[in-house]
Design a protein around this ligand. Structure first.
Ligand code: NAP
Length: 265
């Protein structure tokens, strides 16, 4: 992104990302810190707006409104999850769609559904970029996603459909998960269940993308895929940590730079 950041600098614009962080969730703090560090490494301006665990919805809405109006800020991310007493929906809806670099606003998710331009959420966009970079064929092939969340599974299904894959979405009520996943040429695990996908659930030579980030009892991070055994069967596989996680941040930066470009277009 550096060349695009330099081109913006020549026009007097420095892309800016504002993170809204409410409460004390340790993982959220790490994610926001990593995002800020990546912004700085790429030459973006970054700022973090911290709020205590007992913050009110009104206080968050007021800050989002200020950030919507701030010309130094091109992208706004509201780090999820919000504290338990808050509903994320009104806060996400308050972010200007033009600054919604997480792609969670209904306008941007709707654009994705309709195949129109908009901001695509970072994790599914990052998965697509990995597949493209690795030259994984999608047209006419079976792509199976385990997980149907609004931030990963559902948008990813739409992106894979756009590339002409035959898409299957599995979830916690799916019967005989292994029989379904064994049909996949491209298998994407996004369930948030450590080591859910074992070697017997994977077709020989399949491309396996592991979105899951799970904290084990011993403090170590694990994906949704049992990496050791599945690597022996899969044609290609992404690790955790690594793999999709850094791509999510990279795509957030892509979206923020694009938001800055669009702001002066
Ligand atoms: P989520 O909202 O909890 O959704 C999990 C999905 O997995 C749900 O659709 C759930 O089904 C399904 N599921 C759960 N257990 C299952 C099982 N045993 N069999 C089949 N399906 C099952 O989670 P999320 O936010 O999408 O995140 C998923 C994982 O990705 C988490 O580990 C998260 O930490 C990670 N993540 C990583 C990144 C990254 O940057 N790498 C970004 C976002 C999330 P139901 O709908 O039926 O409940």
């Amino acid at each position: 992104m550096k060349s695009r950041v330099d081109a913006l600098a020549a026009r007097g614009v420095r892309p800016g990302l504002a993170a809204v962080l409410a409460g004390n969730d340790p993982a959220s703090r790490v994610y926001v810190r990593n995002k800020a560090r990546s912004c700085e490494q790429t030459g973006l301006h970054s700022e973090t707006h911290e709020f205590p665990e007992d913050v009110s919805e009104a206080a968050l809405l007021e800050r989002v409104a200020q950030l919507n109006a701030d010309p130094r800020v091109h992208g706004i991310l509201v780090q999820l999850p919000l504290p338990r007493h808050l509903d994320a929906a009104p806060v996400l809806a308050a972010v200007s769609p033009a600054k919604d670099v997480d792609g969670f606003h209904a306008m941007n998710l709707g654009a994705l559904l309709q195949g129109r331009p908009g901001f695509v959420p970072g994790t599914p966009a990052g998965v697509m970029r990995l597949l493209e970079h690795a030259g994984v064929a999608l047209a006419g092939r079976n792509a199976t996603i385990v997980g149907r969340s609004t931030i990963v599974g559902k948008p990813l299904a739409l992106l894979l459909l756009q590339k002409d894959a035959t898409v299957t979405i599995c979830h916690s009520k799916t019967k005989n998960l292994a029989a379904v996943t064994r049909q996949a040429d491209v298998l994407i695990a996004a369930a948030g269940r450590a080591k859910l996908i074992t070697a017997g659930m994977v077709k020989a030579g399949a491309c396996v993308i592991d979105v899951g980030i799970n904290r084990l009892a011993d403090g170590k991070l694990a994906g949704d895929v049992e990496f050791e055994s599945v690597s022996a069967v899969a044609g290609s596989i992404t690790p955790v940590p690594g793999g999709v996680g850094p791509m999510t941040i990279a795509m957030l930066i892509v979206n923020t730079v694009r938001a800055a470009e669009l702001s002066i277009a």
